[in-house]
Design a protein around this ligand. Sequence first.
Ligand SMILES: [Zn+2]
Length: 647
Amino acid sequence: MKRSDSQLIPRNGHTLRAILVARISGGQRQKEASLEDQLDHGKSVVQELYPGPSEFEVLSTTGKGERKDRPELKELDGFIRSRKFDVLVAEDLGRIIRGAEAVKICGLAVDHGVRVISPNDCIDTADESWEEDVISACRDHVGHNAHTSKRIKKKLMNRFIKYGGAPGRPIWGYIIPPDAKTYNDWRKDPNATEIYIAWFEKLLLHGNCSDIADWLNAKKVPPGPYAENDRWDGRMVRRVTANSLLKGMPARGQKHTIKQHEYGRRIAVKNPHGPTYFECTHLAHVPTELFDTVNAKLIEQNRGLGRKTVDGDDPRYRVLKKRTRWPGQHILCGVCGRFMYWGGHGQNEHMMCAGVREYACWNTATFDGVVAGAKLIQSFLSVVESLSGYDEAFLAAIQKTVSERSGHRTERLQIAEQNVKKYQRELTNLMDGVARMGFCDALESRVRETETELKQATALRDRIVNEPITVPELPEIEALKAVARRVTDLGFKDLEFCQTMKSLIPKLMIFPYRPRDGGHVVQRAVLSIDLAPLAGDAEFILDGKLTAEQVVDLFDPPQRIQFLGSIVALKHHAKTEREIARELGITQPVVQRAAALHRKMVESGSDDAYESLLEPPDDDCKRAVHLHHRYEFRPLDGYPQVPPELK
Ligand SMILES: [Zn+2]
């Protein structure tokens, strides 16, 4: 925080006199506690700058910030002109008055030797640049929320420190009465203590969190009330084990948010000052010593694991774990419905189904994500390049859509409008939740989701509003191709590229396959391509009209399959296997195996050397997750899906 450190010196030589301004706008949800929080904050700011004796004159009011005729403003004016005060503190200038009027008040204060400090706006009239700072803060206040968020967090922290207020989310083993407001109101479930003690003692012995998860699942212990999964896993156990609530010391402020200027969004990072604790021994399940020993052991045990540094630097520093390189977060596993993620079987460039990690899916075969990405793009571009022009029937169909659409415009607009309102309401409710319970991962991700949904709903509404009444011109095929080429040139790491590809390939799913004569399991992708988004504003007239299905092998086939066509053709010409091998530059056994494979294909009446795998193979033991004692096939709703050739 930029705050001038120049000392405050009382003008009467012994006691510092400060004016504290606090204001709430008087809405129904705002309570007395909020005023008190502001005053506490103001006092701590003054005491930080002047440790000696001090007196405070408090101006706390209720009213709208924009109103200029509030009587307290007159009072404030009087205080300033009295030349008896040394400093004026307001959490932010909006507490005094919103808008440019605040500049005037600061000026008046400076004229009369009163220093103005506003910690949340980083304003201190002892700074040379105070006038510019005040003006820019006033501008920011108008319709800006970062301050609100900062203020809410500060308030919640204050309540936490003072009386254990603003508790976090409960984990398993606690009873929260419906009207509980602070940690003091919480109770621990006495039956849970025994299990927590056993849990920590087991960890002390062999330190394996996944084993604890198995043990808890076997005992039918439910995960916490807010857990996303319905069963424990190692990571959940590790997280709960580290929660100091278990030793009766709930923490707040483990993380704080910083702005990531490149993306203009805020991300949560570890708070460098560490969390703040509140002692409430009645909530301790585990003795402090046991808690600390086990956690120290786990930290020591995991040292050196996790992200590896390159030349002492984390190559993925502050890269969101969730936003990964394309095709991450796009390809779905056709067996269980989960995303493929980077880093299959310990290879960074390989992708594997996320369900495998949870022992919930048997589709273990990985593929090189970079190579696969290139193949997928190639396939997509081949569809684009194959476009030649619009025929009569196509144009007629488009004409029909356009006239239908404009007919239903009012109706569609109404629905879109309702959706926007719905998400706005949801977002408000969620923000109320944040104000009540503080930020936590789950709530934050729901806020983010709802924000995205709101954005999409707003975009749809705006699109309908802006829909031209006259029929927009159909984009030239060449123009579509140019857009596609530009997008695909952006590169896999580009955010725009990832987003555009998701709209151009709304369905991208992989299925496991295996050569008919056995061998490695490989993945084949099915793409549903929709070229309408390439048309920009005219997207809606092409909606659902320029689509294609593609099947892409995400692997390089072995020689016997690569040369299968030529081998069969040469055999047809009555060449011997030795001659064929020489001619194609491959070995004779390859030719033999290809011939055998071809016979199998003929038997099953298929021209595909591969067949889809509908259940886990029995002989691929190295990667047989389905033989693991933790394995239980748990596909998502609607899965497994049927591979394309079996439909
Ligand atoms: Zn899967």
